[in-house]
Design a protein around this ligand. Structure first.
Ligand code: IPD
Ligand code: CA
Length: 275
């Protein structure tokens, strides 16, 4: 029985295990459940815990990841899980790559710009991804070859092609050297772009997919922050850097996603290659 026939008959595929659409449905449900858990902690006064310089941790990062890790293990015991807080087998052939809270610094300060990000990766390549902001109840979703949506409605990247009318989000973390960041920002400003930083790389990429940003760039991102969002931009008609393979999943790398009309000029300025 081939995979297409399996799909038509809606039975388990003997080569890949449960069908992808089961995983898609599961993902859309579990990410909202995880969002409800995170919302229990939103708006509370809290003492900040730090993992490193400007790198925040709250009890809800751990609790949310534990919920997702357990849910994946129960539903798809043959799949691997790689999370920001607990790590995991980042090179499993069928892998859930999870950021339990992206934009933790915002969450910890009660700023409603954070999300949960989940990417499902087969053999180093994302097959679908979900990014959910539980405050706005916005679910961005993309499946390879089938487009990107926001709360079920198709989304496209913005049509803006003039730098003077465009906004790029330039991500930063303490993993990036200060001089490099300032030089990149200066180049983007010289190009005429508005440069912003909102503190959630996953949402920054989702906002390129739905036309709220024209581009997102960051010298180094971890896979849990960017794999879902990169697929979203690609499926929404944008251009992206390559981010495939075990090495990128395990260690991360540079990220660029842009509307087509500005992609080459932004790529030259930030020095990040497009696929
Ligand atoms: C960080 C945010 C930030 C990005 C960093 C990430 P965290 O993740 O996405 O916007 O610039 O690269 O590490 O700490 O909020 O999960
Ligand atoms: Ca993150």
């Amino acid at each position: 029985m081939n995979a297409r026939l399996c799909n038509d008959l809606d039975v388990e595929n003997p080569w890949t295990g449960p069908m992808l659409h089961e995983k898609v449905d599961f993902c859309k449900q579990v990410i909202v459940r995880a969002g409800d858990l995170v919302m229990e902690g939103f708006g509370q006064a809290r003492t900040m815990q730090m993992k490193g310089p400007q790198d925040y941790l709250t009890e809800f990062d751990g609790r949310c990841e534990a919920l997702l890790r357990q849910a994946v293990a129960d539903a798809f015991p043959g799949d691997g899980f790689f999370g920001e807080e607990g790590g995991g087998a980042g090179n499993a052939p069928r892998l859930w790559v999870v950021d339990p809270i992206d934009g933790t610094a915002n969450f910890a300060r009660n700023i409603p710009h954070f999300c949960i990000a989940i990417a499902y990766v087969e053999n180093g390549r994302a097959e679908f991804g979900a990014i959910y902001n539980p405050v706005l109840r916005e679910l961005h979703f993309a499946r390879r070859g089938e487009g990107a949506t926001l709360n079920g409605r198709p989304i496209r990247v913005s049509a803006v092609a003039s730098a003077q009318a465009a906004t790029v989000e330039l991500g930063w973390s303490s993993r990036i050297e200060k001089g490099d960041y300032l030089e990149t920002m200066s180049g983007l400003l010289d190009l005429g772009l508005n440069v912003r930083r909102a503190g959630s790389g996953a949402l920054g990429l989702a906002y390129v997919a739905d036309g709220r940003n024209e581009a997102y760039a960051e010298r180094h991102m971890n896979s849990w922050d960017c794999v879902a969002g990169l697929l979203m931009v690609e499926e929404a008609g944008g251009r992206i850097c390559s981010f495939e393979g075990d090495e990128k999943i395990l260690r991360g790398g540079p990220v660029l996603a842009s509307v087509p009309g500005l992609a080459d000029s932004i790529s030259r300025v930030v020095g990040i290659q497009l696929a």
